[in-house]
Design a protein around this ligand. Structure first.
Ligand code: CP
Ligand code: NVA
Length: 309
């Protein structure tokens, strides 16, 4: 049994194995329809319990499809439907119950402590479906998408992030170390990545490049990533933060400083950080990116359940 909580804690060779499996599985089911099960039904009889303390469209639906395509089932809960969410039951008892009924647990939460507590009390795999400092299933899938489109290892590409220093960026930074790719970040000084993540990069003998001028970050980029300036439950003065990011908006002019065949990716949902012109252009592969989450999460589930080929 393996957890999937933060890319930083997962060996690079395991992450590579997940990507390789996803590639094989995606190819093998080209002719299958959405709910047809992969050959061998590898997760037949298994149930993934998902709990969302915050909104989700993609993570929720893509995990539903992922486990279905592996022959298993999913049950989706909102925390306020549980005694836990009403303050009437402890995490330790809830975790024991989840481990009694379920085979895996996926949690989206605003609390890093809750992720850790669940990890300590569960006897089934825990998957982080987004926490304040990590969105690992999204970013591993994004590495897959980049390599699928660019047809080369991500380690040979210049990756650029324009936007807030949030959970998705933290996972992208972790991925830059695990997959050895160059990562340039463009953001206002006030919103640069935090000390902890930078210290972790340094400890791993890696460098990330941070610019407060978006043009400098974008130069020579093969891929530009972005995310909403205001994350779910971001407790900031929203109007002011959006204003502070004004010159970091990704439009046709900014993207023209990147390589000619540069692609644009975004985990969604989007806000005003990207123009429609870029988001809906040929350079943008956001729908393929969203679909790939199904394929990569299938291999993440197999990894967690000890069934990765
Ligand atoms: N990208 C992503 O995680 O989307 P949701 O918030 O809709 O799950
Ligand atoms: N950074 C965003 C990602 C949403 C998928 C958030 O945390 O809301």
């Amino acid at each position: 049994m393996k957890h999937f909580i933060n890319l930083k804690d997962i060996p690079a060779k395991d992450l590579r194995k997940v990507i390789a499996d996803a590639k094989k599985r995606k190819n093998l089911r080209r002719k299958l329809s959405t709910l047809e099960v992969d050959r061998g039904s590898p997760l037949k009889g298994k149930i993934l319990i998902q709990m969302f303390e915050k909104a989700s469209s993609r993570t929720r639906i893509s995990f539903y499809l992922a486990i279905k395509q592996l022959g298993g089932e999913t049950l989706t809960l909102r925390s306020n439907e549980l005694h836990l969410g009403q303050g009437g039951e402890s995490i330790s008892d809830t975790a024991k119950i989840l481990s009694t009924y379920g085979d895996g647990f996926m949690l989206r939460t605003d609390s890093e402590k809750k992720i850790n507590d669940f990890k300590n009390y569960l006897s089934i795999p825990l998957i982080n479906g987004l926490s304040p400092s990590s969105h690992p299933t999204q970013v591993l899938s994004d590495v897959f998408t980049v390599e699928e489109i660019k047809k080369k290892s991500i380690s040979k590409l210049n990756i650029c992030w324009i936007g807030d220093s949030n959970n998705v960026l933290d996972s992208l930074i972790a991925a830059s170390v695990k997959f050895s790719f160059k990562l340039s970040i463009g953001c206002p000084k006030k919103f640069e990545p935090g000390k902890d993540v930078r210290a972790w990069v340094k400890k791993n003998n890696k460098k990330i490049f941070i610019y407060n001028d978006p043009k400098k970050a974008v130069i020579d980029a093969d891929v530009i990533f972005s995310d909403k300036v205001i994350s779910l439950n971001d407790k900031v003065n929203k109007k002011m933060k959006i204003k502070q990011f004004k010159k970091f908006r990704i439009d046709k002019k900014l993207i023209s400083y990147a390589k000619r065949d540069c692609i644009f990716l975004h985990c969604l949902p989007r806000g005003s950080e990207v123009s429609d012109e870029v988001f809906l252009s040929k350079k943008s592969h956001v729908w393929q990116q969203a679909l790939n989450r199904v394929h990569v999460q299938k291999s993440i589930l197999l990894y967690c359940f000890g069934k990765l080929r």
